[in-house]
Design a protein around this ligand. Structure first.
Ligand code: QZP
Length: 399
C-alpha cells in the first residue's frame, strides 16, 4: 500500500489572500479532513489543525525540531532570510541557556515591577481615546500602546520606533512562502534591518532595561558577548507586532459582541479573561512549523524525516473536539490550554507581559467606556503569520 495515499490532500493555500482574510472555513475543512493533512500547493508539508495533534507536535521537541526554522523555509536546505534566532529557531541544548535568560528577565517578578507603569500608560492613552470619542482602534490604541511600553522596558529611546512595525511585518511574513506579501515587506528590509541591528547594541540600551539585562548575563558568562545583540533582536522581533495585534483583535472581538462588552464594563476584573478568550478566538500568531528530525508518526500517520509540519494554532483554538461551542466569544470561558502562545519548551517566553498589556488596556477601557460601537467596516493588514487589522473604526461611549 502507498502510505501517503492514506493522508487526505486538500487543495488549500493557507497563504492565499481569501484564506488570510477569512481563515475559519479553511480551518474547519482541515480539521474535518483528518488528524494530519496535506495541502496540494505545498506537497512536502504535513499540516495539523486539531488541538490534540498541534499540542502533541509542539510538546515533542526532540522529534519536531525548531532549528530548521519555524516557517515554511527549511534552514537545512534553504538560506534563512536573517541569521537564525538563538531562542525561536534553536533546539536544546543551545535553546536552554538563551531561554533561561529571557525567562528570568520576563519573570513574574518583573511583571510585578512594571505593572504600575504599564497600567498608568494604558489609563492615560485610553483617557485620550475617550476624549476623542471616535477613534481608530488600531492607530489610536492597539498600536501606540505596545509601541510605548515595551520598547521603553527594553530600554530604547523614543526615536524611530516605526521601524519595529516594519521589521515585525517582515519577520512574520518570512515564515510563509515567497509570495507577494513577503516581497512587499522585503523591499524595505535593508534600512530597517540596519536600524534593528544598531538598536541591539548596548550603547543604545538604557542601563537596567531588558536589553541591558541580556548584556549583564553575557558579562556573567551565561552567553557570549556576540550572542547578546542577537537575543535583544528577539525582543525587537517578537515583542511589539504580537501584542499590537493581540490587543487589536481583542478590541474587535469586544466590538462585535456588545453583550460581552457589557459584562466586562459591569466587572472590569474580567479584563484578563476577556483578553485570554480573544487570544483563543482570534489567535494573533495563526501558524508556525516544526521539522521532523527523524521518521516518525502523528496520529498513526507516517511522517518522513525532514518533513515540515504546519501547526495551525488558530484552528486548534476552535477545535470542537476541545472547546464547547468553539466559535462563540465568551469572556468567562477561561480557555486554559489554548495554543495562541504555543506550547511546550518554546511556549511564548513573554506571555506574562503580553497578558499584562492586554489586561491593563481592557481594564482601562472597561472602567471608562460604557459601550463600544463599530462605526464602519474594519480593514485587514494581510500577513503570512499574523491575524492583523489595519483599521478598526470605533465610537467609545463614556460611562
Ligand atoms: C518571533 C525571535 C509567534 C512567534 C513566532 C514570535 C517570535 C518569537 C521569537 C522571535 C521572533 O526570537 O526572533
Amino acid at each position: 500500500m502507498n502510505e501517503t495515499a492514506a493522508v487526505p490532500e486538500l487543495d488549500i493555500d493557507p497563504y492565499a489572500p481569501e484564506n488570510l482574510l477569512h481563515p475559519y472555513p479553511m480551518h474547519e475543512r482541515m480539521r474535518e479532513a483528518g488528524a494530519v493533512v496535506r495541502l496540494s500547493p505545498y506537497p512536502s508539508v504535513m499540516a495539523c489543525a486539531r488541538h490534540e495533534q498541534v499540542h502533541a507536535v509542539l510538546n515533542d521537541h526532540a522529534t519536531f525540531i525548531s532549528s530548521a526554522g519555524v516557517g515554511l523555509t527549511n534552514f537545512r536546505t534553504e538560506k534563512p532570510f536573517r541569521p537564525p534566532s538563538l531562542i525561536l529557531e534553536a533546539d536544546p541544548p543551545h535553546h536552554t541557556a538563551t531561554r533561561a535568560i529571557l525567562s528570568r528577565i520576563l519573570s513574574p517578578k518583573t511583571v510585578m515591577q512594571i505593572r504600575a507603569t504599564f497600567a498608568a500608560e494604558a489609563d492615560a492613552l485610553v483617557e485620550r481615546c475617550v476624549a476623542k470619542g471616535e477613534i481608530d482602534g488600531i492607530h489610536d490604541l492597539a498600536q501606540p500602546y505596545p509601541l510605548k511600553v515595551f520598547p521603553d522596558a527594553v530600554g530604547l529611546d523614543g526615536e524611530g520606533r516605526e521601524n519595529l512595525l516594519l521589521y515585525g511585518d517582515l519577520v512574520f511574513n518570512s515564515m510563509g512562502p515567497r509570495n507577494e506579501l513577503l516581497a512587499r515587506s522585503a523591499e524595505r528590509v535593508g534600512p530597517v534591518t540596519q536600524w534593528i541591528m544598531d538598536h541591539c547594541q548596548r550603547a543604545q540600551l538604557r542601563p537596567g532595561g531588558f536589553g541591558d539585562q541580556i548584556y549583564q548575563a553575557a558579562e556573567a558568562g551565561e552567553i557570549t558577548m556576540e550572542q547578546a545583540p542577537m537575543l535583544v533582536r528577539s525582543f525587537l522581533s517578537a515583542g511589539v507586532d504580537t501584542t499590537i495585534n493581540g490587543i487589536g483583535n481583542a478590541l474587535y472581538s469586544l466590538a462585535q459582541h456588545p453583550g460581552e462588552y457589557a459584562r466586562l464594563h459591569g466587572d472590569p476584573a474580567l479584563a484578563r479573561p476577556a483578553f485570554e478568550e480573544a487570544l483563543r478566538w482570534e489567535s494573533t500568531a495563526q501558524t508556525f512549523y516544526r521539522t521532523a528530525v527523524r521518521a516518525t508518526e502523528i496520529a498513526g500517520v507516517p511522517v518522513q524525516e525532514n518533513t515540515k509540519v504546519l501547526c495551525m494554532l488558530a484552528a486548534a483554538n476552535r477545535d470542537p473536539r476541545k472547546w464547547p461551542d468553539p466559535d462563540r466569544y465568551d469572556i468567562t470561558r477561561r480557555p486554559v490550554g489554548h495554543m495562541a502562545f504555543g506550547s511546550g519548551i518554546h511556549g511564548c517566553v513573554g506571555q506574562a507581559i503580553a497578558r499584562l498589556e492586554g489586561e491593563v488596556v481592557l481594564s482601562a477601557l472597561a472602567r471608562r467606556v460604557k459601550r463600544i460601537e463599530l462605526t464602519g467596516e474594519p480593514t485587514r493588514r494581510l500577513n503570512n503569520t499574523l491575524r492583523a487589522l489595519e483599521t478598526l473604526p470605533l465610537r467609545l461611549i463614556p460611562a
